[in-house]
Design a protein around this ligand. Structure first.
Ligand code: ATP
Length: 354
C-alpha cells in the first residue's frame, strides 16, 4: 500500500542552524500521527514544510507517492487547524465553513448542502448564523475544524489545536476530533508538546528532540519500550537513575546499590528507568523481587493512587505509585520507614550511557 504521506530525509536549515534534520516517516491512509517533543524540537517547522509555508532545505515530501515539494500551499489540498482559530471575524459560522468551497468555485446549492453537513458533524448547526465572537473557544475551534474538513482535504494538519481551550473542554474536543477523524477515515498529523493530549489522539507518535526523530511508535511502544532515556522521561514519569554497572546486574548509585532483575551486556555508566507504578514497596527481607533498600521520605494520598517518595542515597530518589484502594491497593508506609523497592525483569530498562 502506498503511504498517504511520506517524509524522506526531510530537513530545514536556517543559516548554519539546523531546525529539522533527516526526518523520515510514512503515514498510512486514515492514520493520525502526532509529532511530540519539547519546545524548539522542530515539530512546527516539520508541519509547515508539509503545508508548504516553509521551504525544505533537503529531502522530499510525497503525497500518495507523488512529490509535492515544489507545489505552492494552496495546491497541496490540505486542511489546517491552528491553535489560534483564525476564523474570519466578520463572516458567520456558515460562511466561514463555506469559505474554502467558495474559493474552489463549488456551486451554491452543493456548497450549502456540504456546509450544513459539516455543521451537523461538529454539532454547530443551531449556531450557523452567529459571528465567531459570539461563540465560546471550543465552539470556535469546532468551526475551524469544520472549515478545514469542508474542502475534503487529502491531509489534515493540526498545530496545537487544543491549546487555547481550558482543560475540561480540551478533553471533550480531543475526543470529538478523534471520533470525527476515525469516522471519516482522515489522514492527519497533529503537533503538540502535551504528551497526554498526544497519547489520547494518536495512532502513532513521533517523539522529536533537537530537530531529529528520537522514536516512532504506538503509545504502548513508547511507554513500554522507550528507545532512549529521553523518551522514557518524556512519555509518562520514569525514575531515571544514572549509575555504574558492575557484573552486569549491580547498578551502583551514589550511596546505594540496586540489584537488577536481569543481567546486561553493558559495562561502565548506565541509566536505569523504572515506572513508578511498576515498583512495589515491602518491608525489607519479605519480598522475592527485592531490588534496593531505601527510606520513605514522603507518602501522599492523591485520590486514585498513593505516591511514596523513597530516598536511596544522597542523589537518588525514587517515586513509587500504587492504587489507593481496592483489591490491589498498595500498602502505605509512613515517612522515615525503611522499605525495599521490588520489581520484576519486565519492569526495568537499562540504557547505555552513550
Ligand atoms: P514550539 O513547541 O515551541 O512551537 P517547535 O518544536 O514547534 O517548538 P520549531 O518552531 O519547529 O519548534 O523550531 C525549531 C527550531 O528552529 C528552533 O530552534 C527555532 O528557534 C528555529 N526556527 C524556527 N523558525 C525559524 C526561523 N524562521 N528562523 C530561524 N530559526 C528558526
Amino acid at each position: 500500500m502506498t503511504a498517504a504521506l511520506s517524509l524522506r530525509s526531510l530537513g530545514k536549515r536556517y543559516g548554519l542552524a539546523s531546525a529539522v534534520e533527516d526526518v523520515t516517516l510514512d503515514i498510512e491512509p486514515g492514520e493520525m500521527v502526532v509529532l511530540l517533543g519539547p519546545s524548539g524540537c522542530g515539530k512546527t517547522t516539520t508541519l509547515r514544510m508539509i503545508a508548504g509555508f516553509v521551504e525544505a532545505s533537503g529531502g522530499d515530501i510525497l503525497l500518495d507517492g507523488h512529490s509535492i515539494r515544489r507545489l505552492p500551499p494552496h495546491r497541496r489540498e490540505m486542511g489546517m487547524v491552528f491553535q489560534s482559530y483564525a476564523l474570519f471575524p466578520h463572516l458567520s459560522v456558515a460562511r466561514n465553513v463555506a469559505f474554502g468551497l467558495e474559493m474552489r468555485g463549488v456551486p451554491r446549492a452543493e456548497r450549502e448542502a456540504q456546509v450544513a453537513g459539516m455543521l451537523r458533524l461538529v454539532k454547530l448547526d443551531a449556531l450557523a448564523a452567529r459571528l465567531p465572537r459570539e461563540l465560546s473557544g471550543g465552539q470556535q475551534q469546532r468551526v475551524a475544524i469544520a472549515r478545514a474538513l469542508a474542502i475534503r482535504p487529502r491531509l489534515l494538519l493540526l498545530d496545537e489545536p487544543l491549546s487555547n481551550l481550558d482543560a475540561a473542554l480540551r478533553q471533550d474536543v480531543a475526543r470529538e476530533m478523534r471520533l470525527l477523524q476515525r469516522a471519516r477515515g482522515l489522514t492527519a498529523i497533529m503537533v503538540t508538546h502535551d504528551q497526554t493530549e498526544a497519547m489520547a489522539m494518536a495512532d502513532r507518535l513521533v517523539v522529536m528532540r533537537a530537530g531529529r526523530v528520537e522514536q516512532i511508535g504506538t503509545q504502548e511502544d513508547l511507554y513500554e519500550r522507550p528507545a532512549t532515556p529521553f523518551v522514557a522521561g518524556f512519555i509518562g514519569h520514569s525514575n531515571l537513575l544514572p549509575g555504574t554497572l558492575h557484573e552486569g546486574h549491580v547498578l551502583q548509585v551514589p550511596g546505594s546499590s540496586i540489584t537488577l532483575a536481569q543481567s546486561y551486556g553493558l559495562v561502565g555508566n548506565a541509566t536505569l528507568a523504572v515506572r513508578p507504578e511498576r515498583i512495589v514497596l515491602a518491608p525489607p527481607g519479605t519480598h522475592p523481587d527485592e531490588r534496593a533498600l531505601g527510606r520513605v521520605e514522603l507518602s501522599t494520598y492523591l485520590g486514585a493512587v498513593v505516591e511514596h517518595v523513597v530516598r536511596l542515597g544522597p542523589e537518588t530518589q525514587v517515586v513509587v505509585t500504587g492504587a489507593s484502594s481496592g483489591a490491589g491497593a498498595a500498602h502505605r508506609f509512613p515517612a522515615g520507614m525503611a522499605v525495599a523497592l521490588c520489581w520484576t525483569a519486565d519492569s526495568e530498562r537499562l540504557f547505555n550511557a552513550a
